[in-house]
Write a protein that binds this ligand. Structure first.
Ligand code: PLP
Length: 347
């Protein structure tokens, strides 16, 4: 009888509870829908889209627009159905059977799955107690495993912390592996490793429209890298993979990205306010975050989860996950949503 390919039967299914919480702080989404000016332009553009035609074969228009924003060429850019897809394909193209993929842990839970899907060996390297990274330990693990890829999430999901720029460069300069820097939360942080592209051949930067640009529904992300890496990766990306509706929408969002600046700034102010207010509560630790979410730890985390869910507030529960024991991740919402969190925990 037919059987799934080896390894698949033990692969965990990505499972998050799909509950429609009145206040959704569980997926790091933007709390705001598209700014009206952007939405008007999107609707106008989509209304004249030729739905009977395939999209551009290689998404040249969006790639050119994004490249211009970074002073790069279209040949340095790849787009995918979310940065998830690009990261997965990257593991296919540069991982593969018998190879290893190294990443700090805890970090984005999908890295392990991408590695396994590519038949590669996932090699997590534990972060320090305070969730900082021991770069030498990571490099040593990569060397031991002869890793073909190192995945760094900066800022890191779900801890919220950042790697100092010099630490990232130290890693890139001292390894033969391809170092992928997942900057899904870049816009909330401000710093980037894009400059390393001009200096090193073993770097790729992943970005997404799903978080700061509030386009999680459309599934679109991109990768910035050398022409040669982009060309190789292009071989495992299917033609026409990103649909024309998404391509058109993302291009408008990218061109109008200044419309998002106020919302991003508000989110950062709210994060600072929430971190201070939550830290002031008895028995709660809030980790430093440069993102749109906070990692919160408490010995009484189950009670906290109860109180939040009783008020219709959904968060991501990591409290039983090794490395994140007694932790939850809570997104930073609108000021009203954040007030609801504080009320739920103080009343
Ligand atoms: C949300 C997220 C992504 C990917 O999001 P897409 O919606 O697939 O673009 C990638 N990496 C990290 C760390 C994330 O948190």
């Amino acid at each position: 009888m037919f059987q799934p390919r080896s390894g698949l039967e033990v692969l965990p299914t990505y499972s998050v509870e799909e509950i429609s919480w009145p206040i959704r702080l569980d997926a790091n989404e933007s709390p705001y829908d598209m700014p009206p000016a952007v939405k008007a332009k999107v609707v106008e553009t989509l209304s004249s889209l030729q739905f009977n035609r395939y999209p551009e074969l290689t998404a040249h228009s969006l790639k050119t627009t994004i490249a211009a924003g970074f002073g790069l060429k279209a040949a340095n850019v790849l787009v995918g159905n979310g940065s998830s897809e690009i990261l997965e394909k990257l593991c296919y193209a540069f991982g593969g059977a018998g190879r290893s993929i190294v990443y700090p842990s805890p970090s984005f839970s999908m890295y392990k799955i991408y590695a396994k899907l590519a038949d590669s060996k996932p090699v997590p390297v534990a972060l320090n107690e305070d969730y900082t990274l021991d770069a030498d330990a990571l490099l040593e693990a990569a060397k031991q495993a002869e890793a073909s890829v190192i995945l760094l999430c900066n800022p890191n999901n779900p801890t919220g912390g950042v790697l100092p720029p010099e630490q990232i460069e130290y890693i890139v300069a001292n390894t033969q592996s391809l170092v992928v820097i997942d900057e899904a939360y870049h816009e909330f942080y401000g710093k980037t490793s894009v400059d390393l592209l001009g200096k090193y051949q073993n770097v790729a930067i992943a970005r997404t429209f799903s978080k700061a640009y509030g386009l999680a529904s459309a599934r679109i992300g991109f990768l910035l890298t050398s022409e040669s890496i982009a060309q190789t990766l292009g071989k495992v990306i299917l033609p026409y993979c990103v649909n024309a509706l998404t391509l058109a929408t993302a291009e408008i969002v990218y061109n109008m990205r200044q419309e998002y600046a106020a919302g991003i700034a508000e989110n950062s102010r709210e994060r600072i306010r929430m971190a201070a207010a939550l830290s002031a509560l008895d028995g709660i630790t809030v980790y430093p975050s440069q993102t749109n979410f906070l990692l919160i730890k408490s010995d009484t985390i189950s009670e906290i989860i109860e109180k939040l869910s009783a008020k219709g507030i959904g968060i991501r529960d990591f409290s039983k996950v090794p490395g994140l024991i007694n932790c939850i991740r809570s997104g930073v919402g609108t000021p009203a949503e954040n007030n609801a969190v504080l009320e739920a925990l103080t009343l």
